[in-house]
Design a binder for this molecule. Structure first.
Ligand SMILES: NC(=O)c1ccc[n+]([C@@H]2O[C@H](COP(=O)([O-])OP(=O)(O)OC[C@H]3O[C@@H](n4cnc5c(N)ncnc54)[C@H](O)[C@@H]3O)[C@@H](O)[C@H]2O)c1
Ligand SMILES: N[C@H](CO)Cc1c[nH]c[nH+]1
Ligand SMILES: [Zn+2]
Length: 859
């Protein structure tokens, strides 16, 4: 049996149907028992995985993932710290690198499928006829980590008996941990506890070590199955006093305990209660029965009490209120620690650094336990960081740096308690220049730095073709198994295996986008007779070969494939080439393959960043050279597009600079605070370099507060809350007095998305001069434009809406003009031409007219 399990059994937690309730799942109670077992049905896998991402450090969560078939999804679940996942025996070989964290699961009593690390037997019937044989075989094979998950309605006593006899770990049937009605499950549980422990005392009580979260021993108490039951019920420190019976700690003194975890020791003869102690544990005036605290734990307590009320002149209090001072001290101490030589110096400087670092933590509402939980979470990650230094520190020390590999949709552990709030400025108190400064988009790396990164990549691809593209994909996307940079049509069916709901959503959006973009087609060529006999025309033709970049760094965006692919198809482009960074297994998301198939793309370049742009601009052995590259992307993609379009030898055009997403919401007293916040957050979640702006027209304190509260509360519930924290830092609410003032600021800012959540919004559209796309009225969230309404979401950012349009049908066409003159026409316009040619001293130009007129005159 695994030595590190805090309890010798698992508690199977029924996953609520929609799992929306997972957030409400009484996780404290699950955490107290510490060893939950979940089943990950496909429809709830993502939510469950996120839930574990937040709380894995509290649990020894075990997850049955046999009904999932995406290895990526399973690895993501492991990466979020799930201690053990159970897969089908047939797929086990794909996970050998994860050792005992991935075990096979079977529904029969067949022990031959056990891996060297263990096995889960599901639908185990402890009263079946074959169990005796099974126990004998299990004993002889000595399988470690043998889990037994019983069929429903079994006798728990029998299950425990069988499990004990073959040293297996029973998975207790679903318990109603979350509701009082099922208190019988708690009663059952406390009996299971008692059946595992052995007491050498006549009264049967078990010694219980009580510690705080940092592991500091507070004292010794005793437990009975009744006191454990009461402790689980109350989620508090409840013990069995030898003199007074049930003892709820702190009931009379007020020094109560929150129960964090219960564990049994290795030979089941001592319990451990981990608690959050209020006040002190000991009846004497000291924190623990073993005296007072020292070291880091004591420091944390002092800092916490200083934060609550500091004596006048306290240095720590000054540090809490002066962010710059604290920052400077952390930097100073970090440097001194780096320079320390002798062991004494290192201890001295490390202590100083820890003091200032912990001040920062406590000031931000972060406890030592939070920090330790974070360390545990990191130790459980399966995708390791390189550990190389980053940015300026690496440059300063002249050492190897990490190329910031694009983060795939990552689990988020929101560890900070900081309020998520946009900065506010009152336009009447702010000068024009200050306002401009506040509304500046978050700065990106300087163009020079970016150029230095992308230029060698482009040159490599030009020279090395496929091989160079592949090597960058191996490097940035970690798709090391990929052997060709291109997937050619027809695309295999198994690469676009999607749920019917997703297919329906894509098909519906496809039709709407097609309708709106088809309507943009010109019905017939333009024809104007400028003078009698002088006919000028303009007609359009599709661009023959287009390269469509679909971002895939921080989020995979199949909707962008629709926004680019559908108009290219409607325009009649002959060759449509998609490019998107693949996942680490070398595949592109099936939704993108499905869209590529629907729009008739000829190939998908399995690459991202500058290498994908260069491959399409110049062509390689297997990537088709294109005439125009369209699509949004990060700063590397945007810079590479600009660079190749400036190379006349490449002969390639681009659409526009479409960078980090942004939104500007104009709201008045009529607006719904929840709607306003939801629109701001929908763009804030794109990336930390996104920016969202709110122009609040004549709102009072209460109305502003309502929006702030919505932003904070809605953000906390988002899986990408850490990204939101980043973008909200450079996002602003501007208080204005009138609609005209709001529209003046908006037109000056030229947002990618403009949302009008105001009374009579439709009438205000006339005042919009600069914006990528406008969303009118309270029932039009920005996300309808991102996906399905029909408008395009590839739009100019960074204020380029002042001179660029978003992607539209015209982006895939070029216009050709023609002139057609009769003899009369040439006579009519000829004198003007000849005179201007004379002015420009271009004699051949003049003669081309004269020679024809002379010819007419001769006739
Ligand atoms: N304006 C619009 O219309 C619009 C629409 C959709 C998305 N977006 C924006 O597009 C952006 C997409 O960016 P993304 O990063 O998620 O995906 P991306 O596909 O644009 O970039 C990922 C690629 O960047 C390259 N890369 C990453 N780090 C690198 C480094 N250090 N050196 C060289 N190359 C490197 C890698 O090749 C990787 O494949 C987001 O900012 C999003 O807001 C804008
Ligand atoms: N809002 C983005 C354009 O700035 C597009 C997008 C794609 N998916 C979700 N949103
Ligand atoms: Zn969006």
């Amino acid at each position: 049996m695994e030595a590190t399990l805090p309890l010798p059994f698992l508690v199977s937690v029924a996953a609520p149907a929609g799992l929306a309730e997972l957030e409400g799942l009484n996780r404290e109670e699950v955490s107290i028992l510490g060893t939950p077992f979940f089943e990950a049905q496909p429809q709830i896998a993502e939510k469950l995985s996120r839930f574990l991402g937040r709380h894995n450090h509290e649990f020894y969560a075990h997850l049955d993932v046999t009904s999932l078939d995406s290895p990526d999804e399973i690895v993501a679940i492991l990466d979020r710290g799930t201690r053990r996942v159970f897969v089908t025996p047939q797929t086990l070989s794909e996970y050998t690198e994860y050792g005992a964290r991935v075990l096979p699961a079977t529904s029969s009593l067949d022990l031959s499928v056990a891996s060297e690390h263990g096995l889960l037997i599901k639908e185990f019937d402890p009263s079946s006829a074959e169990v005796e044989n099974f126990i004998a075989e299990a004993k002889s094979k000595k399988i470690s980590n043998l889990y037994l998950k019983p069929v429903s309605n079994v006798s728990i006593e029998k299950l425990i008996e069988v499990a004990k006899s073959c040293d297996a770990i029973p998975v207790l049937p679903s318990t109603g941990l979350t509701t009082d009605e099922q208190d019988k499950d708690r009663v059952q549980l406390s009996k299971v506890f008692a059946s595992y422990w052995t007491s050498d005392r006549a009264d049967g009580l078990i010694a219980t070590v009580v510690t705080d979260e940092a592991g500091v021993a507070l004292g010794l108490a005793y437990s009975s199955s009744e006191s454990v039951l009461e402790a689980i019920r109350r989620q508090a420190g409840v013990y069995q006093s030898r003199k007074r019976g049930l003892w709820v700690k702190g009931l009379s003194s007020g020094d109560t305990q929150e129960l964090v975890r219960v564990a049994l020791d290795c030979d089941n003869d001592t319990l451990k209660f981990t608690v959050r102690q209020k006040g002190r544990f000991c009846h004497l005036p000291q924190f623990s029965c073993f005296g007072d605290l020292g070291g880091i734990v004591a420091l944390e307590q002092t800092l916490k009490s200083r934060k609550e009320s500091a004596p006048a002149g306290s240095y720590t209090a000054r540090l809490f209120s002066d962010e710059k001072l604290l920052r400077a001290k952390i930097m100073e101490e970090a440097e001194e620690l780096c320079d320390a030589k002798t062991p004494e110096e290192v201890a001295f400087e490390a202590a100083d650094l820890i003091y200032f670092a912990l001040t920062k933590a406590v000031g931000s509402g972060v406890s030592l336990a939070d920090i330790e939980a974070n360390l545990t979470a990191k130790s459980l990650k399966v995708k390791r960081r390189t550990g190389n230094a980053k940015g300026k520190w690496a440059e300063k020390e002249g050492i190897k740096t990490d190329a910031p590999a694009p983060a795939k949709p990552a689990p988020v552990v929101d560890t900070t308690n900081e309020r998520i709030v946009m900065q506010k400025i009152d336009s009447s108190q702010t000068s024009e220049a200050e306002l401009l400064e506040k509304l500046k988009r978050p700065s990106q790396k300087s163009p020079d730095t970016i150029l230095k990164i992308i230029h060698p990549i482009i040159e490599e691809v030009k020279k090395g073709g496929d091989k160079a593209v592949l090597s960058y994909t191996h490097k940035f996307e970690k798709a090391t198994s990929l052997t060709s940079p291109v997937l050619k049509a027809p695309f295999p069916k198994e690469l676009m295996d999607l749920s019917p709901e997703t297919i329906k959503a894509i098909d519906n959006s496809f039709e709407n986008i097609k309708k709106f973009h088809s309507a943009q087609a010109e019905e017939k060529p333009l024809r104007v007779e400028t003078m009698p006999g002088v006919v000028c025309s303009r007609f359009s033709r599709p661009i023959e070969r287009v390269g469509l970049y679909i971002p895939g760094g921080t989020a995979v965006l199949p909707s962008t494939a629709l926004m680019l692919g559908v108009p290219a198809m409607v325009a009649g482009c002959k060759k449509i080439v998609f490019a998107s960074p693949p996942r680490s297994d070398g595949r592109v998301t099936p939704e993108i393959v499905y869209v590529a198939h629907k729009v008739g793309a000829e190939s998908i370049v399995l690459a991202g960043g500058a290498q994908a742009v260069a491959a399409m601009a110049y062509g390689t052995e297997s990537v088709t050279k294109v005439d125009k590259i369209l699509g949004p992307g990060n700063q590397f993609v945007t810079a590479a597009k600009m660079h190749v379009s400036n190379d006349t030898n490449a002969g390639v055009g681009i659409d526009m600079p479409a960078g980090p997403s942004e939104v500007l919401v104009v709201a008045d007293k009529d607006s719904n605070p929840a709607f306003v916040a939801s629109d701001l957050l929908s763009q804030a979640e794109h990336g930390v370099d996104s920016q969202v702006i709110l122009l609040a027209i004549d709102l009072n304190e209460q109305q502003l507060q309502a929006i702030d509260d919505e932003v904070h509360n809605q953000a906390l519930a988002l899986p990408r809350v850490d990204i939101v924290r980043g973008s909200i830092k450079h996002s602003v609410t501007v208080l204005v007095k009138t609609l005209d003032e709001a529209m003046r600021i908006s037109n000056d800012y030229a947002p990618e998305h403009l949302i009008l959540q105001i009374k009579d919004a439709e009438k205000v559209v006339d005042k919009v001069m600069n914006a990528g796309s406008v969303f009118i009225g309270e029932w039009t969230p920005e996300s309808v434009g991102d996906y399905s309404a029909g408008v395009n979401h590839s739009l100019p950012t960074y204020g380029f809406a002042k001179q660029y349009s978003g992607v539209n049908l015209g982006s895939f066409m070029k216009h050709i003009t023609s002139s057609n003159l009769s003899a009369e026409g040439l006579r009519n316009v000829g004198s003007a031409v000849m005179q201007l040619a004379k002015v420009e001293e271009l004699e051949a130009h003049r003669r081309a007219v004269e020679i024809r007129i002379q010819h007419m005159d001769k006739k």
